[in-house]
Design a protein around this ligand. Structure first.
Ligand code: ATP
Length: 202
């Protein structure tokens, strides 16, 4: 079977930017965030269970999850958060497994924001690859992208593992404190390493 590299990092660290470059190099990418988004999009496979668990007012006119309402609900109530996770996580995992089973390439990338916290994914991966950057850079990039206040971004970062904890757990690290070009060069170096060490004859 194909070897899997788990790609992780804090919010706004550059996981998507790194994954996009692996994809450009021909590596199949399975992105759990993207899968979660699709499952809760219009007509998504999670929507019947979400409507059953939370009621029809969490479903927008298009048949997608009303993300703003759900965010407010799970933010205010941890039992709601757990209920949502119990609906979504098995579906995300099953779809990830399905995509990995059909992935073809020298190795595959599995993008999981909370890789080190989630044994169901950690046990699948042969190596973990952390996209790392200084917290102030992370903060600035997330703010620029989302328009959230610095305090709101700091609150999200505070709820995640610390940078030092992630660095201690990762097998491999990409430094995304610099330019996108610098990120891409490091992706290419890791790609060569994985080709040499993970790829079976195809
Ligand atoms: P999330 O956890 O929110 O899904 P992520 O880890 O996937 O985020 P990206 O979406 O790749 O992170 O990057 C966050 C933002 O920072 C994006 O707007 C992206 O374009 C930008 N960005 C990423 N890397 C760099 C870089 N090296 N230089 C400048 N901007 C960057």
């Amino acid at each position: 079977p194909i070897e899997i590299v788990g790609l992780t990092g804090g919010i706004g660290s550059g996981k998507t930017a790194a994954a996009n470059h692996f994809a450009a190099l021909g590596i199949p990418v399975v992105d759990t965030d993207l899968i979660a988004h699709q499952l809760t999009g219009p007509g998504g496979a999670a929507m019947p269970a979400i409507a059953a668990s939370f009621g029809a007012d969490l479903v927008s006119a298009s048949g997608a999850l009303d993300r703003a309402r759900m965010r407010a609900l799970v933010f205010a109530d941890t039992s709601c958060r757990r209920k949502l996770e119990s609906v979504l996580h098995p579906l995300i995992h099953a779809e990830s497994m399905r995509q990995l089973a059909v992935a073809r390439g020298p190795y595959a990338m599995l993008v999981v924001p909370l890789l080190f916290e989630t044994s169901a994914y950690l046990t699948l991966v042969r190596r973990s690859l952390l996209v790392d950057c200084p917290e102030e850079v992370q903060l600035a990039r997330v703010q620029a992208r989302s328009g959230l206040s610095a305090d709101a971004v700091r609150a999200i970062m505070a709820a995640q593992m610390t940078r030092a904890q992630r660095l201690a757990l990762a097998d491999d690290v990409i430094d995304n404190g610099g330019t996108l070009a610098a990120l891409q060069l490091q992706v290419e170096a890791k790609h060569q390493y994985y080709l040499a060490n993970l790829a079976h004859g195809q």
